[in-house]
Ligand binder design. Structure first.
Ligand code: HEM
Length: 437
């Protein structure tokens, strides 16, 4: 995009502006809007919202230092109570400090193949031959066990239930947003029944996190990752925000990546057989190692293709904190910029036959030929996902271990349908027929 890009400005009437259609059918609205051009200026109530759908523009936005912050939905009182000034929600200097603080711990998280393998074995032990199962629910439980185990050493079901119950409530709050923005606003800002129930669940999680931090300080066995976090200078609040953020950011996304990959494999038996052959070959011993995970090339390509077609974060939003000129465009302070993985990942200019599941797109030379931000499931720039390499290793190992033991097939009348809530969830699970191999 050499010259100043054309700006499409679809007309809209009424108080809500385009927000009405957006919240009624987000993915459909984004698709219709992106057809108008790479730059579309919309209005949500009084706010200007820009849908920017070209990789070079996305690169310019991610390349900005300063002048951007997370949107209001991440800064409500309930979000602040939940994530505090953790790396996901903080801006400016507090964010920088949190990212630096998280880094050593995340490096340790990358080497947890035994924890992942043990949790996967445990989950697979309850899977039966010829059963129909919601693999999304199963994977959420598994990914929670992995991150809670690797981060805090939590293993007991009662402790995992504390996190699970909280995420169920957070999801319900977000689901409200498309049904009734008034209810969402009240629950996010004021002590309504839902708000108080959420706060009580957050209190319970805080208590659990504090117990683990204290145990680590006393030298009781917890985890390496926690020991690294605790060893660095930080206030109790910072530490708590850091841990809660990693815990909550670190499991539903991974469960979705593996879940959508299984759904795609169920509909593509040839690719499924190739992936099974790879996992049979590589995971030959009973205890998978980090090196083995690194050589599961096809499994990783299948995951990339799942992240392309069903990115758990289907859009990344930012709000401008100053008037700004970028890539030939002029934004005003308070404008919202929307960069949508859902749109760009399905753009035929960058991905031939874009709706086709084709793991071969991710061979090294083909992937290298793509524009930098044609594929950005982990976001980009300074705020790109710090859990990326852990997430990829974890998802790769889980998918390969499943493929080694089970084949999956679609269930008639139950196709998984993506539904945007906090993340891109399957509307009513991912139901697949399992057969033991
Ligand atoms: C497939 C799995 C995952 C996907 C697709 C994913 C995706 C993303 C994306 C798109 C962002 C950027 C959000 C934005 O710019 O607004 C992000 C940020 C973040 N992710 Fe992940 N993530 C995954 C797994 C994980 C894991 C396993 C962890 C930690 C254990 C993690 C921790 C974080 C944190 C702390 C941030 C905030 C970074 C910042 O703002 O500086 N993520 N993730």
């Amino acid at each position: 995009m050499e010259n100043a890009p054309q700006v499409a400005e679809p007309r809209v009437f009424g108080l809500e502006g385009h927000a009405r259609e957006f919240f009624r059918d987000e993915l459909g609205f984004l698709e219709r809007t992106a057809r108008l051009g790479d730059v579309v200026r919309l209005r949500f109530y009084h706010k200007r919202v820009w849908l920017l759908s070209h990789p070079s523009l996305i690169e310019s936005i991610f390349g900005l230092r300063g002048s951007l912050r997370k949107p209001l939905s991440m800064r409500t009182p309930i979000q602040r109570r939940l994530f505090g000034a953790g790396p996901l929600t903080a801006d400016g200097e507090p964010w920088r400090a949190q990212r630096a603080h998280a880094q050593p711990a995340l490096e340790r998280l990358g080497h947890t193949a035994p924890v992942i393998a043990a949790a996967t074995e445990r989950q697979l032990a309850s899977w039966r031959d010829d059963e129909v199962r919601d693999v999304h629910a199963a994977l959420q439980e598994l990914a929670l066990r992995v991150v809670a185990g690797a981060l805090l050493g939590l293993e007991r079901d009662v402790d995992l239930e504390v996190v699970r119950a909280l995420t169920v409530e957070v999801r319900a709050l977000h689901a409200e947003r498309s049904r009734s923005r008034v209810a969402w606003g009240l629950d996010s800002f004021l002590p309504t029944i839902r708000h108080r129930s959420l706060v009580a669940r957050i209190d319970r999680l805080d208590q659990l996190v504090n117990e683990r931090v204290e145990a680590s300080r006393r030298g009781s066995p917890t985890t390496d990752v926690l020991a690294r976090l605790v060893a660095q200078p930080s206030s109790p609040g910072q530490l708590r925000d850091q841990i809660v953020t990693l815990l909550l950011a670190g499991f539903e996304t991974v469960a979705l990546a593996v879940g959508w990959a299984l759904e795609l494999l169920a509909r593509h038996p040839t690719e499924q057989r190739s992936l099974q052959a790879e996992s049979d070959r590589v995971l030959s011993t009973s205890a998978p190692s980090d090196e083995q995970v690194a050589s599961l090339d096809l499994t990783r390509r299948v995951l990339s293709e799942a992240l392309r077609l069903y990115p758990p974060n289907r859009s990344t939003a930012r709000e401008t904190t100053d008037d700004l000129a970028v890539g030939g465009l002029r934004f005003r302070r308070g404008d919202q910029l929307l960069l949508s993985q859902w749109i760009v990942h399905r753009d035929g200019r960058f991905f031939a036959d874009p709706l086709r599941f084709d793991p071969a797109r991710w061979t090294a030379d083909r992937a290298r030929a793509l524009p930098r931000y044609a594929f950005f499931p982990f976001g980009g720039g300074a705020r790109a996902c710090p859990g990326r390499s852990f997430a990829i290793r974890e998802a790769t190992l889980i998918l390969a271990m499943i493929a080694r033991r089970f084949s999956v097939a679609p269930v008639a009348g139950r196709p998984a349908k993506p539904e945007p809530r906090i993340l891109l969830y399957p509307a009513s699970g991912i139901w697949l027929r399992l057969s033991k191999r």
